[in-house]
Design a binder for this molecule. Sequence first.
Ligand code: FAD
Length: 332
Amino acid sequence: MNFEDYRGVWVFIEEKDGAVAPVSLELLGAGRLLADKRKSQLAGVIIGENVNELARITLEYGADKVFVYDDPIYRFYRTETFMKAMLACVEKHKPEILLYGATTTGKDLASAVATDLPTGLTADTTQLDVEEDTGLLLASRPAFGGNIMATILCKKYRPQMATVRPKVMKALPRNKGAAGEIIEESIPIKEDDIRTKVLEIVRTTTQRVRIDEADVIVAGGKGLGGPAGFRVIHQLAEAIGAAVGASRDVVEAGWIEHHHQVGQTGATVTPKIYFAIGISGAIQHLVGMQNSGLIIAINKDPGAPIFQSSHYGIVGDALTIVPMLTEAFKTA
Ligand code: FAD
């Protein structure tokens, strides 16, 4: 493999509700820094239907160019179609680094692409850097129960690929009207060759505000005692328009679905305000929320580790305090 053939930093641009997903904008910000260090170009890869507007936005958020696969066959995300397009693009234009958001789609696509390339994939990274002279990507993520940061290198193959957690990188300010190259690409692909068909898209209604995008999160832990106690978390979240978060123990106990889980094996979140209620503050939970703007803990144990990481703490029974807070917010 001749490394000289591989140039540039690429970001898979994910579409969400007709717009560029926030994590893709964050990756363009991170990718811009890496590309500048390498004195190379930053490119977006967009796969979808009618994506001209997304391509323009990608340039306005820092990309020098965008590769676009625009076809009705890409209307909905399917592993097979997107993987074929991405593999063709990688083979033709050879990026040195290729980044995806660690979202359901990004993780699925990245791992599918990795199975077909002789390269690796670093999953769920939270820090990125690049060696200026060698182009070696330094992709770091929490390891060993969140106790250390592991930096994972891909020394022998290109492209170097990583998925990156939402909300850990910073998007650049939008530069409206920024110019750049839009490169239209296509591959021979027919509906009949694709084994999966999308019959219907059913949106879940259980979670009004997503935790990875929320400004305020009310998170509950095992201290709430059970699903009935956990209801006070939903009530407070509802009263203040917040998303509901949870510790892993709560998810494992089946009180709430996994997509609410915060922490090492859940989501990394950075809301403006994070309520940690009946949560002890295990390191695996802290790595997922410790960069929140303001952390407010409620715990009946004054020695609970969560108080070390919070800005405000209330010592007491959550089942008494949280309903009082909810009432106070409702009448405020
Ligand atoms: P507990 O540790 O049982 O804490 C309950 C807290 O509630 C206690 O502090 C207690 O004082 C308090 N309490 C009890 N009753 C009340 C009351 N009435 N009012 C107020 N407070 C009360 N955990 C995560 O959260 N996210 C992860 O992503 C994650 N990933 C993991 C990955 C690995 C590899 C491992 C090994 C563990 C992981 N964990 C994760 C689990 C983690 O180590 C902890 O076990 C978990 O976070 C504890 O959940 P908890 O705080 O809800 O429960």
